[in-house]
Design a protein around this ligand. Structure first.
Ligand code: ASP
Length: 308
């Protein structure tokens, strides 16, 4: 059964992907074309052009693509000056023997594949970044910026509250192929070079057409430690229901007692046509988009909250 599950940030591209799936498009191609619209939408303040820069005021994008039938993966991390990076991750999957490229190498590959060098820092993001940074720095730090140690500032200025979602698309096409695609600008004011979970297969995303798929948003620093997306799909392989597989992954997250701890949102579906979105310890209400071929139109629904 054709299905599409995505987080609330997906609104600019959700219908595009649904249309591709209705026209029997392959799941990954359908989702990459939808996410490209999310990445270019300035009103989405956590992904692509509308996202937030790192501590130096530079945009660094992360994205991942996984085909659940072949289990091929393409991912890019900390990529400058490039939109849409989800399409670049797809290019990595199709044209390189590698799974992941980062930074300058990813940008070099983007040029080889015909991606323009884009202006990606939204003027409002630049303004807010600079205002916030000014407030946190001493006069000495301000005078010497950016040639100062950034780590002492990192704990105070890094702002997971401003993140409010990566975009994640999980889809099933007419051939029952399951795939997942992610894209994000990561945490606001992150340390330069920081990768979140969105480009890390197994952490921010995983798909296996035999069992299902999972993708996470919010605190990548937790899902990377627990391989949350892979855990869910592996649990289904071991016979867990979708619901129990998610419960198991949440238990693993709940066992973390040190390090940076905050909320995580898990999006998952199984090969039988079930889906679930769980908000683990995020204070705000979390919504998500859902469509399957029995429905006349996509619906924005509320995720089940646990652990709050
Ligand atoms: N998970 C993303 C990251 O850690 C951020 C988010 O989804 O809010 O970069």
């Amino acid at each position: 059964m054709r299905m599409l599950l995505a987080n609330a940030e997906a609104w600019p591209g959700f219908d595009t992907t649904v249309e591709h799936l209705k026209n029997d498009g392959p799941a990954i191609d359908a989702m990459v074309s939808g996410i490209a619209r999310v990445e270019r939408e300035a009103k989405v303040r956590s992904v692509g052009y509308g996202g937030w820069p790192n501590m130096l005021g530079e945009m660094e994008f992360d994205a991942g693509v996984m085909d659940g039938t072949t289990r091929e993966v393409g991912a890019v991390g900390a990529v400058p000056a490039t939109l849409p990076v989800s399409a670049l991750a797809h290019e990595v999957m199709k044209h390189l023997p590698h799974v992941m490229l980062t930074g300058a190498g990813a940008r070099r590959f983007a040029t080889e594949r015909g991606f323009a060098v884009d202006e990606v820092l939204h003027p409002d993001s630049k303004r807010v970044w600079w205002e916030r940074l000014q407030k946190e720095m001493s006069p000495q730090q301000r005078a010497a910026f950016p040639d100062i140690p950034l780590a002492p500032l990192s704990n105070t200025i890094t702002d997971p509250e401003r993140v409010r979602d990566t975009t994640v698309f999980l889809g099933v096409d007419a051939g029952d192929h399951i795939g997942v695609v992610t894209s994000t600008s990561g945490w606001a004011w992150k340390y330069p070079g920081r990768l979140g979970d969105s480009p890390i297969p197994g952490a921010g995303f995983y798909a296996d057409s035999r069992y299902g798929a999972a993708a996470c948003t919010h605190t990548g620093e937790m899902t990377m430690r627990c391989s949350t997306s892979r855990s869910i799909v592996l649990a289904m392989r071991l016979g867990y229901t979708l619901e129990d597989a998610i419960k198991f992954a949440v238990e693993e997250l709940a066992e973390l007692k040190t390090g940076f701890l905050a909320g995580v949102v898990i999006h998952a579906l199984d090969a039988q046509g079930n889906h679930q979105v769980v908000n683990y310890r995020c204070d705000e209400e979390i919504r998500y988009w859902y469509w399957d071929e029995r429905m006349a139109a996509p619906e924005l629904r509320v995720a089940a909250a646990i652990g709050t």
